[in-house]
Ligand binder design. Structure first.
Ligand SMILES: *Cc1c(COP(=O)(O)O)cnc(C)c1O
Length: 377
């Protein structure tokens, strides 16, 4: 199928852009000696995992289902971390995973014997209590965080059998943010690193964003590896899926009420949830900074606030030409943290998943219909 024939609504993952990200991540691996696992939490497009597997070392999963998905679609190692594992899932998680990371001493004590008997490399998530995350919802090191063990709560006598340490403290962060957090991590936990096999620096490294200081990242990793004699793992999600595709919608109607409001066959609430939660305003292909024709984009749900960019306070989009019913609207950078988070709220159709290869051939990977809504309600 040609790109212009893709039926809306659809998330379209663009191979050429994904490959660029993966090339850069491969450079980080090659020059720093780190391993890189894709964090499925942010990007789990099944149709892209073959390509991802050609470049990265495996996948990080947040529990049983992501670990199963990793086994099915991603080549390489599987690392599983969860804030708390369940008794009826841990056996399968251990059998699927090369690394399992525990969030507390109680979880470690509970599953320790089982995990070691199965030969799984076990790690502990530590909380360096230092982060530069933009909002509280995305700060894993904020006050009263449940994620990771703080220095005060770490029992140095309970590290026998532990192969690695883990922290995840960043969100869309620069290499200098990592440098700061790493300094704090070493100050607090440096004495426990010797004798470990690996230290996992988590995700949130915005490596593929323009202007990211890749050389500093490489330097930090190399220094760390040399200083402690451990291997280093990164587990980015967003950096893999960053600007690798779009959500395409159709204009269903245009209504007026003080402004022109285009009603689309996608929903900010259901299909672009981070634009509401984070919040941010997604770019639209062909929009202008200002222009003769101004529109708001509303979803076809009945939620009044289902307006694209409203939560970010920037709901107006400008164009040189008027829009008309049937026009296609392309929301850029809607691949990471969208497909993995979307819902069938209000009974709206889930957008199909399309893979656009580098020769311009579009292939539908997943097609969603009524059964998705019916099954869940
Ligand atoms: C979310 C998460 C990641 C991935 O974070 P990105 O911001 O998508 O890079 C990695 N590790 C852990 C433990 C996470 O919770």
């Amino acid at each position: 199928m040609r790109e212009c024939d893709i039926k809306t609504p659809a998330y379209v993952c663009e191979e050429a852009k994904l490959r660029q990200n993966l090339e850069l991540l491969k450079r980080v691996k090659d020059e720093s000696g780190a391993k890189i696992f894709i964090a499925l939490k942010g990007f789990a497009f099944s149709g892209a995992m073959g390509l991802v597997s050609q470049y990265l070392d495996g996948a990080t999963s947040s529990g049983l289902y992501e670990a199963k998905f990793a086994k099915q679609y991603v080549k390489g190692e599987i690392c599983t971390y969860s804030p708390a594992f369940k008794d009826d899932e841990i056996d399968e998680i251990l059998s699927l995973s090369n690394h399992v990371i525990f969030n507390s001493h109680t979880q470690w004590a509970k599953f320790r014997d089982k995990a070691l008997k199965m030969g799984v490399e076990c790690g502990l998530r530590l909380n360096p209590e230092s982060s530069a995350s933009p909002t509280d919802a995305y700060n894993p090191c904020g006050e009263f965080s449940r994620l990771g063990i703080t220095l005060e709560n770490l029992d140095p006598n309970e590290l026998k059998g532990i192969s690695g340490l883990h922290f995840h403290a960043l969100c869309e962060e620069s290499a200098s943010s990592l440098e700061r957090v790493l300094g704090e991590f070493e100050r607090k936990f440096g004495k426990f690193i010797k004798g470990m096999k690996w230290v996992n620096f988590g995700g949130g490294h915005h490596i593929t964003r323009a202007g990211y200081d890749v050389d500093l990242l490489i330097k930090l990793i190399k220094n760390f590896r040399q200083k402690y004699g451990v291997s280093v793992i990164l587990e980015p999600g967003e950096a893999v899926g960053w600007q690798t595709g779009y959500l395409v919608a159709s204009v269903l109607d245009i209504v007026k009420n003080g402004k022109n409001i285009a009603i689309l066959d996608v929903s900010a609430e259901a299909h672009m949830p981070d634009t509401v939660l984070m919040p941010y305003r997604p770019a639209v292909r062909g929009e202008r900074e200002s222009g003769a024709f101004c529109y708001r984009f509303g979803g076809h749900t009945c939620l009044a606030g289902d307006i694209v960019g409203l939560s970010a306070g920037l709901p107006d989009y400008y164009f040189d030409e008027p829009l008309k019913v049937g026009d296609r609207i392309i929301f850029e950078d809607q691949i990471h943290y969208t497909i993995v988070k979307n819902t069938t709220f209000n009974g709206v159709k889930l957008p199909d998943l399309v893979y656009l290869d580098q020769n311009g051939n579009a292939k539908t990977i997943r097609n969603f219909g009524y059964e998705e809504y019916e099954r869940r309600n």
